[in-house]
Design a protein around this ligand. Structure first.
Ligand code: ADP
Ligand code: MG
Length: 361
C-alpha cells in the first residue's frame, strides 16, 4: 500500500536528522578544546611575560590565580553562549519553515474573512459540467442536473463512471473545465466556496479515526473546550449509535483505539455519519459510505439515514441498488454521462441496464 511511501519518506528525513544531529554535537564540542587551549596558553603566556618584566614570585602567583579563577568562571559561560549559538544556527531553518507555514495560514484566514454567505433554499444545479484530470481523457461530459432541496438523490454507475469526481466538483474540491455549480441562482466560486462547504456533511468511503475518545471523533477537529456535548449526543442518536455508546465502559469518553480497532465496520461508519451530522449540515453526502459493510448492517444504517429524509438534502452514491429504493431521483452514470434518471421503479421499468444492475430480468 501507499504507507510504504510515507515510511520511506520518514526514514530519509530521520536519517538526515540523525546525521545532522551528530555533526552538530561534534561542532558544539570543538570550541571547548579550542577555548581550553587558549585559556591555558594565555595563562602560561602571562606568567612568562610577567617573569620577563621582572615581577616578584608572589605577584605572579596572585595575578595568575586571579586570571585562572576568572577564566575558570568564564569558561562555562562562553561555552554556553557558543552552544546556544550552534543550537540557534541548527534550528533556524526549521523556524523559518514553520514561520512561513504560519504566515500562509494567516493568509487563509484572511481569505475566509472575505467569504461571502450563500443561501440554499430551492435547488443545486449542475450546469453543463465537463471535467478531465489530465486535460486529455474526458471523465465527466456535459453533466446537467438539478437537485431539489430536501430531496434524497442517488447516483449509481459502474466503478470509474465518474461518481466520486462529480461529488468532488459539487464539494468544490475540483474545478470543472467547463460549466459550473449553482446554488439557487448563485454560482459557486472562490468567494462563496467556504460558505457552501460549511453547509455540507460529507461521509467518505473510509472514515479516518483518531486515537481518542468517541466524543472527540464525532466532534472532529473541534477543540476540547468547544465541544457541544448535546450536539454530540444528538448526532450519535441520528446515526443510531447512541445506544451502543451507552453500553461502553466510559460511554462517550471511551477510547476508540488506534484507527478505531475497537469498533466494527458498521460502528466506524456510523461515527463517520455522526461526525458529518455534528455540524447539522443542510446537505448530507455519502460516497459509497456503506458499500464495504454486509447487507444487514448497511440496511440498518440506511434506515437511520432515511429517517432524515425530507429534513435534509441527501445525496447517496451506492453500489447496491436496494439502498436507493427510497430515493426521490436516481441518476445512472455511464462513462461520465448521465444516461438515465428517475425513481427506482421508473428505472426498473424503463432502463435495461438498471434492471440488470438490480438483478431483475
Ligand atoms: N485523481 C485522479 N487522477 C486521474 N484520474 C482519476 C483520478 N481519480 C479518478 N480518476 C479516473 O476518473 C474516472 C472516474 O473515477 P471516479 O470518479 O472515482 O469514479 P467512480 O467514483 O464512479 O468509481 C476513472 O477512470 C478514474 O480512473
Ligand atoms: Mg467512487
Amino acid at each position: 500500500g501507499s504507507e510504504n511511501i510515507f515510511i520511506d519518506l520518514f526514514d530519509i528525513q530521520s536519517n538526515l536528522y540523525a546525521k545532522n544531529y551528530a555533526i552538530r554535537a561534534l561542532i558544539a564540542s570543538i570550541p571547548r578544546y579550542f577555548i581550553e587551549v587558549i585559556a591555558f596558553g594565555g595563562i602560561i603566556a602571562i606568567i612568562i611575560s610577567m617573569l620577563i618584566a621582572g615581577k616578584t614570585e608572589s605577584e605572579v602567583i596572585t595575578l595568575t590565580s586571579v586570571y585562572a579563577m576568572a577564566g575558570y568562571r568564564l569558561l562555562p559561560a562562553i561555552q554556553g553562549i557558543y552552544g546556544d549559538l550552534t543550537n540557534l544556527k541548527f534550528n533556524l531553518p526549521i523556524f523559518s519553515v514553520l514561520a512561513n507555514d504560519l504566515k500562509e495560514n494567516k493568509y487563509k484566514e484572511q481569505v475566509q474573512g472575505y467569504s461571502e454567505k450563500i443561501d440554499f433554499k430551492e435547488k443545486i444545479s449542475i450546469k453543463d459540467v465537463h471535467f478531465s484530470y489530465d486535460g486529455n481523457k474526458s471523465i465527466l461530459n456535459e453533466i446537467n442536473l438539478s437537485i431539489t432541496r430536501n430531496d434524497t438523490i442517488g447516483f449509481v454507475g459502474t466503478t470509474g463512471s465518474g461518481k466520486t469526481t462529480l461529488i468532488d466538483i459539487l464539494l468544490g474540491l475540483l474545478t470543472p473545465d467547463k460549466g459550473s455549480i449553482f446554488v439557487d441562482s448563485t454560482q459557486i466560486d472562490q468567494k462563496n466556496l467556504q460558505s457552501w462547504q460549511k453547509k455540507i456533511g460529507y461521509v467518505p468511503q473510509s472514515i479516518f479515526l483518531i486515537d481518542d475518545s468517541i466524543e472527540k471523533n464525532i466532534a472532529f477537529s473541534i477543540a476540547s473546550d468547544k465541544i457541544d456535548k448535546k450536539r454530540v449526543v444528538d448526532a450519535a442518536k441520528m446515526a443510531d449509535l447512541h445506544d451502543f455508546i451507552l453500553t461502553l465502559e466510559d460511554d462517550y469518553s471511551t477510547s476508540v483505539g488506534e484507527r478505531g480497532v475497537r469498533l466494527s465496520g458498521g460502528q466506524l461508519q456510523r461515527i463517520g455519519i455522526a461526525r458529518a451530522l455534528y455540524h447539522n449540515p443542510e446537505v448530507l453526502i455519502l460516497d459509497e459510505a456503506t458499500s464495504s459493510l454486509d447487507g444487514a448492517t448497511e440496511n440498518t444504517i440506511m434506515e437511520s439515514i432515511h429517517g432524515l429524509s425530507h429534513k435534509k438534502t441527501i445525496i447517496i452514491i451506492a453500489h447496491r441498488l436496494t439502498t436507493l429504493k427510497e430515493c426521490d431521483v436516481i441518476y445512472l452514470l455511464d462513462k461520465g454521462q448521465v444516461v438515465a434518471s428517475g425513481n427506482y421503479q421508473e428505472l426498473v421499468d424503463d432502463n435495461k441496464k438498471f434492471r440488470k444492475m438490480a438483478n431483475i430480468n
